[in-house]
Write a protein that binds this ligand. Structure first.
Ligand code: H2U
Ligand code: ZN
Length: 355
């Protein structure tokens, strides 16, 4: 592989999503205008009387949160899926107007009672508590025969549509395996059938050897800006061992997962000295009753920011109509994230939001 040839426009393949991404590295040769904006996005208060997630406060429909001390889980008051919605009547419908029943559950999981915290600022032992709660939720929902997939995800920051800065995530459990994990299942399965090995185990080996796209790692997890990253600072968190879901994690893996989430989110916050927005999600074994030896646990971080705390990437134009495109290479994004301190910028001098 010639390094110089990769400085020209080329496209790279994402074998998980089966999509191409256009890379235009020469566009970043224009002067770097990446001003570092002052810290923003952090909450100043530990308790907000107007927050519907803070302990003791009222939510929609008159529900009141308990005075919780660790994590707190409740059924989403505006759930996108219901456990008992009826099947649409499709008998007299044209074939092109297809619809199917989709039952499911939506929950909200508060990570911590403190309104001002984020995963980057929480103590590792408390993040471990979140990992334990995710594990229990996955096990319980996956054990329900009418559920075929459990999606745990976090929308962080107003830029990503999060409705509230209080540290929380959502869990949507669905009757069908949604498109993204369904495509990944297909990809992992066909790769295994063809090569007799796991796509992500093989990919992990390549990235560990090359190191150019590695952001950080610990004994159990490797974080890379993947070869095929679409978002400027997109990362993929890979379990080093071939396990399918949190339900199979050892105690050690759960602790290591909490550690890697903190390491990753600290680097994100430090990049533009802001509470870094993103959508993050866990991709785990579908619970559709089939055997899924091909599944390899991983998490995706999709952050929108491009140049500073306020300049974001928009997926418009050619990207909506053709294919995704990026300017900074995954290698340079990884290099920048890797070079950042593993200590949160607000805590480096013993002051700031985390105090
Ligand atoms: P997001 O910040 O990712 O939007 O998640 C917050 C969720 O909280 C959102 O899905 C729910 C919204 O429906 N919610 C309640 O369940 N009760 C409320 O009182 C307000 C918001
Ligand atoms: Zn709150």
């Amino acid at each position: 592989m010639s390094q110089s040839a990769f400085q020209f426009p080329h496209r790279r393949y994402n074998p998980l999503r089966r999509q191409w991404v256009l890379i235009s590295p020469h566009r970043t040769q224009r002067p770097w205008q990446g001003e570092v904006n002052p810290s923003s996005g952090f909450s100043e208060v530990h308790y907000d009387p107007a927050c519907y997630l803070c302990p003791g406060n009222e939510r929609a429909g008159g529900h009141r949160n308990p005075h919780y001390e660790n994590v707190f889980i409740f059924d989403n008051d505006y759930a996108a899926l219901l456990p008992d919605s009826p099947a649409p009547e499709t008998e007299d419908m044209p074939e092109l107007l297809r619809a199917e029943q989709e039952r499911g559950r939506c929950r909200v999981l508060c990570f911590h009672p403190d309104h001002s915290l984020t995963l980057a600022l929480m103590q590792e032992k408390d993040i471990r508590g979140v990992v334990d709660a995710w594990t229990e939720q996955y096990k319980e929902l996956a054990g329900n025969p009418s559920i075929r997939y459990v999606q745990i995800f976090e929308n962080r920051g107003a830029m990503m549509g999060a409705s509230n800065p209080h540290p929380h995530c959502q869990i949507w459990a669905t009757e069908h395996v949604p498109d993204e994990p369904a495509t990944e299942t297909e990809s992992l399965r066909s790769y295994q059938a063809e090569h007799g090995s796991c796509l992500l185990c093989d990919y992990l080996k390549i990235e560990s050897e090359k190191q150019t796209r590695v952001v950080c790692e610990n004994d159990e997890f490797l974080v890379v800006v993947p070869w095929w990253a679409v978002w400027p600072f997109e990362t993929l968190v890979l379990a080093k061992k071939h396990v399918g879901s949190l339900a199979e994690f050892t105690d050690r893996q759960k602790t290591a997962f909490a550690n890697i989430l903190k390491q990753t989110t600290i680097r994100y916050d430090n990049l533009f000295q802001t509470s870094f927005p993103y959508t993050m999600g866990l991709h785990q074994t579908p619970c559709d009753g089939e055997s899924h030896g091909e599944w390899h646990f991983h998490a995706h971080y999709y952050p929108p920011l491009l140049r500073s705390a306020t300049v974001r990437k928009f997926m418009v134009g050619f990207e909506m109509l053709g294919m995704p495109q990026r300017d900074i290479t995954p290698e340079s994004a990884a290099e920048r994230l890797r070079a950042l301190s593993g200590v949160h910028f607000t805590q480096e001098h013993g002051s700031g939001a985390a105090d």
